[in-house]
Design a protein around this ligand. Sequence first.
Ligand SMILES: [Zn+2]
Length: 267
Amino acid sequence: MFDHIGLKAAQTKDQYKYRGSFGAFSNEMVFVRPRDLADGVYTMRLLPPWPERNPRGFRRVVTHQVQLEPEREFKIIWCLRAEDADCFVCDLLEILAESYKTYTEAQQRAIEAMTPFERFLFPITIDAMKDPTSTDKYPPLVRNPSGQSISAIWEIWQPGILRKLTAMLEQYPTLSDLQQGSYFQFTKNGKQYDLGGLYRKEPLQLQEAFTEAKYPRINKLYKKVHRWTYAEQYERIKNAWWAHNIPMSITENAPEAGILDDGDVPF
Ligand SMILES: [Zn+2]
């Protein structure tokens, strides 16, 4: 059963502000973020949970982006607080909330960039396809006029869409069920997004989405995100180019390194 209670709880626990997207770290799986879609009305469906690969029906991903050297790319790291552990970046941001305005603009930009970015991943089917007329390296997705669906990962962080989806799941706990579930509509109009009501209640047509080979391994995504322990976060960030006059005294209480293993995140 889709863990819609957990989905709701996860949203109310931390409402992080969107700071940017860090791309999808998968060569094979199609990621569908609202901005990837051309304007239009799409028919979507949540895939039901799958043991081990996606036991709750969704995955919550929270990261920080950290710049260690000027003009260099940002490191994307897991937020440990999102995994119910202590997170040095989160602790630091709380401290800096008081003194933020005393730093230079360049420092402020580096601090702001560390703001946690939370998004949710849902395996779905959607009647979209890569725009055959586009010559872009990453062509936008357009509605497939034949109505044929593909399996994809829906990545959303927009609170309004998440609230609507949660409300639908509360009203219809079997929304993602293979037999009892329903298709629904996602509408994009510029930067306006909307979820339609239930569109079509019928068994899922794309049976191949559930083969051993094709069901998305949602817990394996974002492999390239670095997992730094609390102590590693501290050691690296205290030497960041922007951190020279920023107090790091909160680390006196830093727990030992090795909070989490390097394996998959536990949810
Ligand atoms: Zn954090």
